[in-house]
Every structure is written in structure tokens, then in C-alpha cells.
Design a protein around this ligand. Structure first.
Ligand code: C2E
Ligand code: MG
Ligand code: MG
Ligand code: MG
Length: 293
């Protein structure tokens, strides 16, 4: 009886495993097509200085506009791109496209902002990364200091010493480096040294969610902000969804914030039209592409 039950359970397990494997393969095949077919696009989300409401940066976020399934979230397809290695050509396209967009906005007079681009662990271990970044800068004419590369803690902690060598090469190009999703990567503070000098620390949304409530999130955010200050880095709070959270962060001397409260990720043409139509409005209503002093 127990054996029969065990077998039944195994079959269920098998089936769901198989379904997942098939789904993954389909996603991978679709992604290959997406690359060739131009179904990938970038949206841009602004990062706002809490002190004066000016634009600090724009983060490029990948979107897959699937012909049948509509918009597929990067949370779903980046892991597949990562496992299959497709993230390397996709990542090169992201870097090139984001740098070109940033250069175009700069040419239109918006010179004071930083373009932020996410890098995955697989890109970090790709020997061509520094060359790909350098090519994107050269081809677009974007100055290196106007590009910030976002890397998660966990990507670095997989192999800190190898990551450190790559990060040094990137730093040598003159680009900025950010730690993304800081605080959820299960790393010890001592490992942070592999990332130094870091320019930006992004405080994970999970802490920001609890900032106005009783509990430890406030204390953790305060600690991350003070750590960032001590390291000479800019602290950016992620996922700010209301004015109470923004006010709390401002009171805690957090430099910069990002989230739906300020702006959602938007296609490039909408970022520009938003800045043009809203440029006469108050800073809080005009989160995109206003050149900081
Ligand atoms: P991330 O870099 O931490 O980006 C922030 C995510 O939070 C984005 O999700 C953004 O749309 C979302 N977000 C921003 N503000 C709010 C808010 O107020 N509320 C809520 N609920 N969400 C907010 P998205 O675009 O789905 O991207 C998810 C993740 O996928 C990114 O997390 C990043 O790790 C990865 N990703 C996105 N684009 C790329 C890319 O070009 N390359 C690589 N390697 N990874 C990427
Ligand atoms: Mg990011
Ligand atoms: Mg993040
Ligand atoms: Mg995040």
C-alpha cells in the first residue's frame, strides 16, 4: 500500500517536473525568437533625489512583448535567459540600447542623470563583459560616469574574488557600480569589501514596505543609509509606493528614491513626453528627465 502510494506521488512529482521542463524549453525557444524578432524592449524608471525632487537617474528594465502572451515579466524570463546563457547576448543588447537612449536624452539637454543597467551573475562571469560595456559606451558616445551598473549581492557572493576582478575592470572604465536589492542577499558585511568602492547602494523594497510600521525595517534602513554614507555611496530606496514612505525616507536622509509613487517604468517616448508636458508642474509631479542643477 505504502509502495503504491509512493509510486503515485512519484508520478505526480514527475509530471510537474516534466511540465516545468517543457515550459522552460518553450520559454527558451520563444526567447531566442524574441531576440531575432525584436520583441524585447526597454522601459525606464526614474530615480528621484529626495532633497529637491530632481532626477538622479533612470533605470533600464527589460520587457518582453510576446506576440501571443503579451508582456512577460523579467522575473519569469531572466532566470531562463540566465540558465541558457541567452542573457549574454540579451545583456549586450540592453547595454547598447540603454547607452544609446541615455546619449540621446543627453543630446536633448538632459545631461545631469545617470543611466542604470542591471547585470546578471552570468554576465558578470562572462569574459567579454568589460569589452561589451566599453563598446556600448564608445558606440553611443555616452560618458562612462553617466552609466551605473547594478549588481545584486548574491551575484557577487557566488564567487567574490572572481567578481572583484571583473568589477575592478569595470571601475577602470569609469562607470559607476551599484549593489542592487541590498539587505536580502544573505551576505556578511565583511564580503562587502569585494565590491568596494561602490557608488550606489539600493535598499531592497522589502524593507521600504515596512518603513512606516512598527518593527525592525526602519532600523535596518537607517543602518543601510548610514553604511552608504560612511562608504561615500548614494543610498537609493527601491519600491517607494506612497508619500508616507517618501517622507520617512527623506527624514532619514536617504538620498534618492524610486518607485510607483514617483513613476512607473515607461517606454522611452513616454518618459520624454511626460517631462515636456509636466515640466511646468511641481517637482513631485514631474519625476522624469528634469535636469538636476
Ligand atoms: P530590480 O533591478 O530590483 O528592479 C526593480 C523592480 O521593481 C522592477 O521590476 C520594477 O518595475 C519594480 N518596481 C519599481 N518600483 C516599484 C514599486 O513601487 N512597487 C512595486 N511593486 N514594484 C516596483 P521588473 O521590471 O519586473 O524587474 C524585475 C527584476 O528583473 C529587476 O529587479 C532585475 O533584477 C531584473 N531585470 C530587469 N531588467 C533586467 C535586465 O535588463 N538585465 C538583467 N540582468 N536583469 C534585469
Ligand atoms: Mg535594478
Ligand atoms: Mg533592485
Ligand atoms: Mg528589487
Amino acid at each position: 500500500h505504502a509502495k503504491a502510494q509512493g509510486k503515485a506521488r512519484l508520478e505526480v512529482f514527475d509530471r510537474s517536473l516534466r511540465t516545468r521542463a517543457v515550459e522552460r524549453l518553450e520559454l527558451e525557444a520563444g526567447l531566442r525568437e524574441a531576440i531575432l524578432d525584436g520583441q524585447l524592449e526597454l522601459h525606464y524608471q526614474s530615480e528621484i533625489r529626495l532633497g529637491d525632487g530632481a532626477l538622479y537617474g533612470m533605470e533600464a528594465l527589460l520587457r518582453w512583448d510576446h506576440p501571443e502572451h503579451g508582456m512577460i515579466s523579467p522575473a519569469r524570463f531572466i532566470p531562463v535567459a540566465e540558465q541558457s546563457g541567452l542573457i549574454v547576448p540579451i545583456g549586450a543588447w540592453v547595454l547598447q540600447t540603454a547607452c544609446e537612449q541615455a546619449a540621446a536624452w543627453r543630446a536633448a539637454g538632459h545631461t545631469g542623470f545617470v543611466m542604470a543597467v542591471n547585470l546578471s551573475p552570468r554576465q558578470l562571469s562572462s569574459p567579454s563583459l568589460a569589452r561589451v560595456v566599453d563598446d556600448a559606451l564608445r558606440n553611443s558616445g555616452l560618458p562612462a560616469h553617466a552609466l551605473c551598473l547594478e549588481i545584486t549581492e548574491s551575484a557577487i557572493m557566488e564567487d567574490p574574488e572572481a567578481a572583484q576582478a571583473v568589477l575592478q575592470r569595470l571601475k577602470a572604465l569609469g562607470v559607476k557600480l551599484a549593489i542592487d536589492d541590498f539587505g536580502v542577499g544573505h551576505s556578511s558585511l565583511s564580503k562587502l569589501k569585494y565590491l568596494l568602492p561602490v557608488d550606489v547602494v539600493k535598499i531592497d523594497k522589502s524593507f521600504v514596505d515596512g518603513i512606516t510600521e512598527q518593527g525592525d525595517d526602519r532600523a535596518i534602513i537607517a543602518a543601510i543609509i548610514s553604511l552608504a554614507h560612511e562608504l561615500g555611496a548614494v543610498a537609493i530606496a527601491e519600491g517607494v509606493e506612497d508619500s508616507a514612505q517618501a517622507d520617512a525616507l527623506r527624514a532619514m536622509n536617504c538620498h534618492v528614491a524610486q518607485g510607483y509613487h514617483f513613476a512607473k517604468p515607461l517606454p522611452a517616448y513616454r518618459c520624454l513626453s511626460q517631462s515636456e508636458t509636466l515640466s511646468a508642474a511641481s517637482p513631485a509631479l514631474s519625476p522624469t528627465l528634469r535636469t538636476p542643477v
